[in-house]
Design a protein around this ligand. Sequence first.
Ligand code: NZQ
Ligand code: ZN
Length: 386
Amino acid sequence: MNSFTFYNPTQLVFGKDSIEKLPQMIAQFTQGKKIMLTYGGGSIKKSGLYDRIMTLLSDFEVTEFGGIEPNPRLSTVTKAVEVVKEKGIDFILAVGGGSVIDGTKLISAASKLDNDPWDIVTRKVTPEEGVPFGTILTISATGSEMNSGSVITNWETNEKLGWGSPLVFPKFSLLNPEILYTLPKNQTVNGIVDSMSHLLEQYFNEADNSAIGDAMIAGVMKEIMKAGEVALKEPENYEARETLMLGATVALNGFMRMGYNGDWATHNIEHAVSAVHDIAHGAGLAILFPAWMTYVSDKSPERFAKFAEDVFDVDSSLSQQEKVDAGINGIRDYWTSIGAPAHLSDFEITEDDFETFADKTLFNGPFGNFYQLDKEAVMAIYQLAK
Ligand code: NZQ
Ligand code: ZN
């Protein structure tokens, strides 16, 4: 393994009573009364969550900033930054999924600088402080509620880029699995695919020894797969939602990557697609991960065979190639069985775009820590996914 320091300061407050702890949680981080409430397209109003939160915030002066899009946009973040500066906001509460939380991370950091927020994303400037913020999570998927990463889309340049800073760990995240009951089926599916993809990215890593990581990843992946099937049949099954919610959080809060980085090529390959076509991140991963696995498996068949043993408990008497195939098919078939898309053509994305996507993925040169991809390889993966 590589040497590492594990750091994660986010207070994770989990359970049916978590949201009611909001006032005391905020009080740990500010004596101020000016709160900005950030949210997305309005699901929190339909579900009644908004009213619950406003009651809990009755002692505060609340400024609302709704309309943060799925695949959050730079233009929206920039408007929110102006409001934070103008009102002298003391604390930001993000209520939503990865998009609202990622947008809020950039609002937090950019509100303490005079630069364009995009300068932070492109690393022209390094933030030195941020407006403190906490989250109430409404969809289990990205792990953004307990990590320091953020992904922002610039529609002027069709770039979707990730950035991160230890300053933008949420101060706290309140997770009540009941809040997931109102998720539309396709969003539950996207969340299952995304959290499993985070585990896959880290399973296929650059370390010589990742025995502890392998065991944690395989265990969490199996439980997410079981709970996913239950939650899709019974959207109000509390235990299944509980497992999906905690599973998605631990999949990307640093626990699973102690001693290595993981591959992360497929995330780059997916972001290039959703930067141009605005498809859901989980949907893109469901299409592209099996294609990446197919392309890379013959470069390291031992690792793919171990994956099938760890996650799908394949018969040890199978040949190495049979195990490799069982692992890849196991992932593809599971995602298809829960209703995830399998081809870029499902979104009317054609070969005409592949070169544009590939050039975007290569903005920093060849990439992928488990197996390095060049342009030819990336083009081949898009071909496998068409
Ligand atoms: O906007 P509203 O109306 O709230 O509706 C949302 C949105 O349309 C809806 N939704 C969320 N909770 C709901 C609900 N509808 C009903 N009931 C609820 N309880 O779901 C839709 C999708 O929400 P979004 O926040 O976009 O989903 P997700 O959490 O999957 O976030 C995706 C974004 O995160 C980035 C992705 O690239 C994408 O931009 N990622 C962030 C990461 C990170 N920060 O660590 C890592 C990931 O790999 C990923 O790249
Ligand atoms: Zn992801």
